[in-house]
Design a protein around this ligand. Structure first.
Ligand code: SAH
Ligand code: SF4
Ligand code: F3S
Length: 442
């Protein structure tokens, strides 16, 4: 459609790392067909929004951007406006009806169709979102090795897609469909390709990586395989689910040098009644027992989590249980959210008498407590030695470099002029606040 002129696309991504990864895949696909990326929607021929539905706010943010681009398109009707991702999947029909400037919407499994539709499409069909079993086959067809991720020293690699856990508050299973595991051969092939392009650190992605299966191969086996890839310095993974972690996983994390001692294990709530209403499949006791095993095997484990404040019917006492759990467990960092009602989920059907005001109050209390805990756990690192992979300039002071320690914490390295991105160095931590560590090179 735009042969003979410069083909510019603008791609804006909302949501989780899986969406970031999908956007990288799409970027590769478009670049391989002669497109160039631009940061400015008004200069582009193609504007794409990769959207998230996990909370209402995420949808509202994406909608505001889509509407802005619709206004640009009214001035420049040749621009193609496309919405992809989880929100396209959830409310695609509504989007194309309420915003006629949108040329088409694609659910996450239909991403690979985008370039073809841009060239040949724009027929009557505007919504590509059916979530049939066939979507698993679609995913298998679309199995490229991602190279644009290799622009960095770190890259994501999806090992599975979709989720079947149906935590009662969560929209993800409704928009991402059932689990499809990628073949270990394809995963390792992608990791090797990335490493040959200079990637030093990969993060395995899945909604629940611990549920990975290929015959007898489980997730711990997959980590072991990746640990043998020459040149791969660090391996991370997210997200883990407390009901599926095992001693075998922790033992492999402790044993394989490249696997970092970082576990992101969402607790969500400290109340067993709420956990059961959330359909999480574990109790607080079971969660703590897993952490005890993990910390026994990895004394330096960096533990991070997700927490939700104000799940429907959560009492003040139950919320206090979450606060107590946060203090007792001692998370190094946490993503904290106030409950957001997602239409179509099981939790949306629970009679909900909590007000936004209560939820915000609880969330703020939780954030304050966790910030203190994070500061304390970071301050315990003062004087410690640590290994840092340098990944860029410090935001605060651009004359200094920063990187990540094995736990995934950001470390600003003082007097780092002799260093460059990709260096792995040993440092001594000499300053610590809730978010950042500062260190001297040894
Ligand atoms: N698969 C991952 C990520 C899910 S979304 C996992 O299982 O952890 C990331 C986080 O968003 C969740 O862990 C949860 O804490 C939060 N979240 C999901 N749905 C939510 C909702 N409806 N309201 C508030 N927070 C939500
Ligand atoms: Fe959502 Fe639960 Fe699946 Fe995570 S495990 S994506 S919270 S349903
Ligand atoms: Fe959002 Fe979809 Fe990820 S709903 S959190 S972008 S899987």
């Amino acid at each position: 459609m735009v042969d003979g002129q410069e083909k510019l696309f603008h791609l804006r991504t909302f949501g989780c790392q899986m969406n970031e990864y999908d956007s990288d895949l799409l970027t590769d696909l478009l670049v391989s067909k002669g497109w160039k990326k631009t940061g400015e929607p008004s200069r582009s021929n193609l504007i794409i929004y990769n959207t998230c539905s996990v909370r209402e706010k995420a949808e509202q943010r994406a909608l505001a951007h889509i509407r802005n681009s619709a206004a640009i398109k009214q001035q420049k009707p040749d621009i193609k406006l496309i919405v992809i991702g989880c929100m396209a999947q959830r409310v695609g029909e509504y989007l194309v009806e309420s915003c006629p400037e949108i040329d088409f919407v694609l659910g996450p499994d239909y991403l690979y169709m985008l370039p073809d539709l841009v060239y040949n499409g724009f027929s009557s069909e505007k919504v590509y979102t059916s979530l049939a079993e066939s979507s698993k086959e679609l995913r298998e067809l679309f199995n490229p090795s991602i190279i644009s991720g290799a622009k960095d020293i770190s890259a994501f690699v999806a090992i599975s897609r979709g989720c079947e856990n149906f935590c009662s508050y969560c929209i993800v299973p409704h928009v991402r469909g059932p689990v499809g595991n990628r073949k270990s051969k394809d995963i390792m092939g992608e990791v090797k390709a990335l490493v040959s392009h200079g990637v030093m650190e990969i993060t395995f992605l899945g909604q629940n990586v611990n549920a990975y299966r290929e015959g007898d191969t489980d997730f711990a086996d997959l980590l072991r395989m990746a640990g043998e890839i020459e040149g791969l310095k660090r391996i991370r993974f997210t997200t883990s689910h407390p009901k599926d972690v095992s001693e075998k996983l922790f033992a492999v994390m402790a044993e394989i040098p490249a696997v970092c001692e970082h576990l992101h294990l969402p607790l969500q709530s400290g109340s067993d009644r709420i956990l059961s209403l959330m359909n999480r499949g574990y109790s607080l006791r079971q969660y703590k027992d897993s952490i005890d095993i993990a910390r026994d095997l990895m004394p330096d484990l960096c533990l991070t989590t997700d927490l939700i404040a104000g799940f429907p019917t959560e009492t003040e006492e139950e919320f206090e249980m979450t606060l107590r759990a946060v203090e007792e467990i001692g998370f190094d960092a946490a993503f904290m959210f106030r409950y957001s009602n997602r239409p179509g989920t099981a939790a949306a059907k629970i009679e909900d008498y909590l007000t936004d005001e209560v939820r915000i109050k609880r969330l703020n209390k939780l954030i304050r407590l966790q910030q203190n805990c994070a500061r304390q756990s970071n301050q315990r690192l003062l004087g410690n030695l640590s290994e840092v992979l340098i990944d860029g300039k410090s935001k605060k002071d651009s004359s200094e470099l920063k990187g990540k320690d094995r736990g995934g914490r950001t470390v600003v390295v003082k007097n780092s002029r002799n260093l460059k991105v990709g260096d792995i160095i040993n440092v001594k931590i000499n300053q610590a606040d809730s978010w950042t560590l500062t260190a001297e090179q040894l």
